[in-house]
Design a protein around this ligand. Structure first.
Ligand code: ADP
Ligand code: MG
Ligand code: ZN
Length: 478
């Protein structure tokens, strides 16, 4: 028996850190990083006698996320205490939501392997606080507690077990990420842990009930998630094929060995003894409040894509790639505002910018230059200040050391030679030095012209205006 004899079932619990200015229950900055324990106060350090106050923005952002993922919004919700002990959790309970989450029963649409639309159902979205961080020092063997992250607001988005492969999981996560970016509730920086997923995987034979699941915690890169799922599917099949049984357990994925390991920790068979937090009031949302957020939801990727097809006449394929990321999409629109040439901006993004992002292994949000600079690059080519091959060099420079493209071009001496006298001088020199090619061309070998233009380009380090070169060569070869 092999992989084909089993069906795979996957469900995700996705945590997203909300990009509110302050934490969920105090006014400390929610910002990532900072010297350890500098974004803290008596409330998020859990001093006795302090009281939490719910940050209204957290509710607003969670409702936004719920509406953007087709959820029902609860009019009547509350916070609960989830009790467990861990050194990064100074209160010994996390304020979360148990039986009355803010949002329920939504869905996100993705493409399945056949390219058909498929709904991945969301069971719930609830708000909760993040825990602190333990910094382990391998040298001294000590662990130091940093509470900067304690109290940073999170939403947890729990999917139904509707995913059937690692590819579908990636598509679902990318879609979710793009929605959260569009509605501007999270920066979704996976490398900083702003977006992380617990991945539940099980297998069963067709026609049989779902198998027992294992859960891999806190995954924060697409590559590890894919690898971990593939590994876990194979491991579970091996266990079943050997006559064994899958234990429901929490696993830790290890990127170095490429394996999962059982985690002996806080979560195992734990009774969290949830109860309503007596320090916080119930969350009752008036109808107008929800309506108001709904009416002010920003444009989502799908409708942006449609608009691009109509407004900018770019291809559906390109529109899909550009709108898949809010950052790319904003870059596109704002650069078009500057240069008024959607076709050119589209091409830069789809080809050279995408290639460089891939090579540098960075996300669109990390692009160091802005839309204004990209727009100006397009203008420089459109008004023939530089050739498009110099344009590529300017783009690379924008990634290295972003500044006004005009300045880059001036500094590097890359301005295109469009002066007729200068072009003629080069053409005459090349003709004189290449009598064989001249003879070839005159004998009917069209290709010789390309060679001569190439030589002239080399001579001018790519700066000669290619149209003018072509024309001038032809005139002088008559
Ligand atoms: P818990 O909160 O204890 O982790 P839940 O019942 O809330 O448990 O489920 C957590 C996640 O597990 C959900 O995302 C759900 O889709 C997924 N899940 C449930 N059953 C299965 C299964 N048989 N195979 C894979 N995933 C599953
Ligand atoms: Mg779980
Ligand atoms: Zn605080």
């Amino acid at each position: 028996m092999s992989r084909e004899d089993y069906e795979v079932v996957i469900g995700l619990e996705v945590h997203a850190e909300l990009s509110t200015k302050t934490k969920i229950f105090c006014s400390c900055p929610a910002e990532f990083g900072g010297e350890p324990n500098t974004h803290t106060c008596p409330i998020c350090m859990a001093m006795p006698g302090t009281l939490p106050v719910l940050n209204e923005k957290v509710v607003e952002y969670a409702v936004k996320a719920g509406l953007a993922t087709n959820c029902e919004i609860s009019r009547d919700s509350k916070n609960d205490r989830k009790n467990y002990f861990y050194p990064d959790l100074p209160k010994s309970y996390q304020i979360s939501q148990f039986d009355k989450p803010l949002c329920e029963h939504g869905y996100v649409e993705i493409e399945d392997n056949e390219g058909n639309l498929k709904k991945v159902r969301l069971l719930r979205i609830h708000i909760e606080e993040d825990a602190g961080k333990l910094n382990h020092d391998d040298f001294t063997g000590e662990s130091l507690v940093d509470l900067n992250r304690a109290g940073v607001p999170l939403i947890e988005m729990v999917s139904e077990p509707d995913l059937r492969s690692a590819e579908e999981v990636e598509r679902y996560l990318r879609k979710l990420k793009s929605i959260l970016e569009y509605i501007e509730v999270s920066d979704c920086k996976m490398q900083e842990g702003s977006l992380r997923a617990d991945v539940n995987v099980s297998i069963h034979k067709p026609g049989e009930p779902f198998g027992t699941r294992t859960e891999m915690k806190n995954m924060n890169s697409f590559r590890s998630i894919t690898r971990a799922i593939e590994y876990e599917i194979d491991r579970q099949i091996d266990v079943i094929e050997d006559g064994g049984k899958i234990e429901q357990e929490t696993l830790r994925w290890d990127d170095v060995s490429g394996k999962t390991f059982p985690m002996r920790d806080k979560e195992d068979a734990q009774d969290y003894r949830y109860f309503p937090d007596p320090d916080l009031v119930a969350i009752k949302l008036p109808e107008e409040y929800i309506e108001n957020i709904k009416n002010n939801l920003p444009e989502l990727p799908e409708s942006r894509k449609q608009r691009y097809l109509n407004e900018y006449k770019i291809s559906e394929k390109d529109a899909k790639i550009i709108t898949s990321s809010k950052y790319l999409s904003d870059l596109f629109e704002n650069a078009v505002k500057v240069c008024n040439n959607p076709k050119a901006v589209n091409n830069w993004i789809i080809s050279d910018i995408s290639r460089i992002l891939n090579e540098m292994e960075i996300e669109p949000i990390e692009i160091p230059f802005d839309a204004n600079q990209l727009g100006k690059l397009v203008i420089l080519i459109d008004n023939e200040t530089i050739s498009s091959s110099i344009g590529k060099k300017v783009l690379e420079e924008l990634f290295e050391n972003p500044k006004d493209p005009e300045e880059i071009v001036k500094e590097k001496g890359w301005i295109q030679i469009s002066d007729e006298g200068a072009i003629k001088e080069v053409v005459m020199k090349i003709l004189e030095n290449n009598p064989q090619s001249v003879a070839d061309y005159k004998a009917g070998k069209e290709k010789a012209l390309g060679f001569l233009v190439g030589q002239a380009m080399k001579e001018t380090k790519g700066k000669a205006n290619p149209q003018m070169l072509n024309k001038m060569f032809k005139e002088n070869l008559k």
